[in-house]
Design a protein around this ligand. Structure first.
Ligand SMILES: [Zn+2]
Length: 414
């Protein structure tokens, strides 16, 4: 009964947000900006292609970053700069400095140096690595700035536009970590990332811990040196314990041994054995709990193997943290989520609330209102060489991003 009432309360809050956004849409400057966003979509798609044809491999986003910086300057943003991590930053001042909305997309891709990045156009479909994730987001961010300028929209607060580095994989969110912990520390009131394609709104940030575990020992001949502890055997003991972990289904919490290796020959006691482990949860407490069990399993694997051989060929273990993404959540009832949902409703679009691991994770962990929204159109094959983006009605995504930025930047009279 109680949850039914809560759902009803949520629905009512949703309607209020939609009504407020509808009222905002009646303002001539806002309507002009929405018109501009639709009219400019061919330019937005051109930007998307142009950015995507400049490679941005993990940890090597500089070339695309320089291009993005020039685009920010050409669009008249103030104080355009590149920070210590490589994030590209530019401001569009409002009537006041605060609230400061950071509106961003990520520069990096998952593709290594040397990957062919030319974009092919086949009718309405664009094909090229990164064309959706996240060249779409980068182009939508530019389109938002352009539409605000053309319609001379004056926002109450400031919007700081950012192209972030290090969103993907081992980049480990280093761009947003720098942004929140240093570059704009204490000066970010709300955070939006435009990432990928379609019509999702990510409000749950799935956190992850990633480790490389390495067991080491002297090694020796399998027959002649028999009686020594064996790193692969120790690894196997740890793996057996990990594979029996019980984890909550909700909040979804996972563990995976994704890679393993070691040893040199079938007739040698190895001197080394390793595994890479990934654990995830949208709930930090659950993630920490599985992390504690994981570390205990590794230690027990080591101790049991050493004890089994009475300390002969004694092994050691190193547990290296190779990835740390904090988790968190922005409540469905928060103003930022209600506003984003209200924008979609006011534009007659349907959106889906989702969970994901994105730049917003860092903001969510810090308790700063944050969402990651999709950039419209229809994407396929993200993170693959065959990635494609269907531009059909992609202007709807641009309008949704634009109106969300306006509504969150305090343009609403309140
Ligand atoms: Zn992405």
């Amino acid at each position: 009964m109680i949850w039914v009432l809560l759902l009803l309360a949520g629905a009512v809050a949703q309607d209020v947000a939609a009504q407020e956004v509808s009222a905002l849409m009646q303002e001539p400057a806002v309507q002009a900006a929405l018109d501009a966003a639709k009219r400019n979509e061919p330019q937005t798609i051109e930007d998307q292609i142009r950015l995507c044809e400049v490679p941005a491999p993990p940890f090597t986003e500089q070339r695309r970053g320089q291009m993005y910086r020039r685009m920010f300057e050409q669009l008249g943003l103030r104080n355009v700069r590149i920070d210590a991590a490589g994030n590209v930053i530019g401001e569009r001042p409002g009537r006041q400095a605060r609230p400061n909305l950071v509106f961003s997309a990520h520069l990096d891709t998952v593709f290594p140096e040397g990957t062919g990045v030319l974009v092919k156009r086949e009718g309405a479909v664009l094909k090229g690595p990164g064309i959706g994730d996240d060249c779409r987001g980068l182009a939508v961010v530019l389109a938002v700035i352009r539409a605000l300028n053309q319609a001379k929209v004056e926002t109450a607060g400031t919007i700081t536009f950012v192209g972030t580095v290090g969103e993907e994989g081992l980049g480990d969110l280093r761009g947003v970590k720098q942004l929140f912990n240093d570059t704009l520390k204490g000066r970010i009131d709300k955070f939006v990332s435009v990432d990928g394609t379609g019509n999702g709104i990510v409000h749950i940030g799935v956190g992850s811990f990633r480790y490389k575990v390495i067991f080491k020992g002297p090694g020796g001949h399998s027959y002649g040196a028999f009686g020594m502890a064996n790193p692969i055997h120790a690894l196997g003991r740890a793996m057996a314990k990990i594979s029996e972990f019980q984890v909550p289904a909700s909040p979804k919490t996972t563990f995976n041994i994704g890679r393993t290796g070691g040893g040199t020959s079938v007739n040698a006691i190895p001197f080394e054995a390793w595994m890479e482990v990934d654990m995830r949860s949208a709930d930090m407490a659950s993630l920490m709990a599985v992390d504690v069990k994981f570390k205990a399993a590794v230690q027990q694997g080591l101790d049991e193997e050493n004890a089994r051989w009475g300390g002969r060929g004694k092994l050691s273990v190193a547990v290296e943290l190779v990835g740390l993404r904090p988790g968190g959540r922005t409540s469905e009832d928060s103003a930022i989520v209600r506003t984003a949902m209200g924008v979609a409703a006011a534009l007659g679009q349907s959106v889906q609330l989702r969970e994901g691991s994105t730049d917003s994770n860092v903001a969510m962990m810090l308790g700063i209102p944050a969402i990651t929204m999709s950039g419209g159109g229809a994407g396929q094959g993200a993170h693959s060489l065959g990635e494609s983006f269907d531009t059909t009605n992609s202007w709807q995504g641009t309008q949704r991003a634009l109106l969300t930025a306006i509504a969150l930047s305090g343009a609403l009279a309140r």
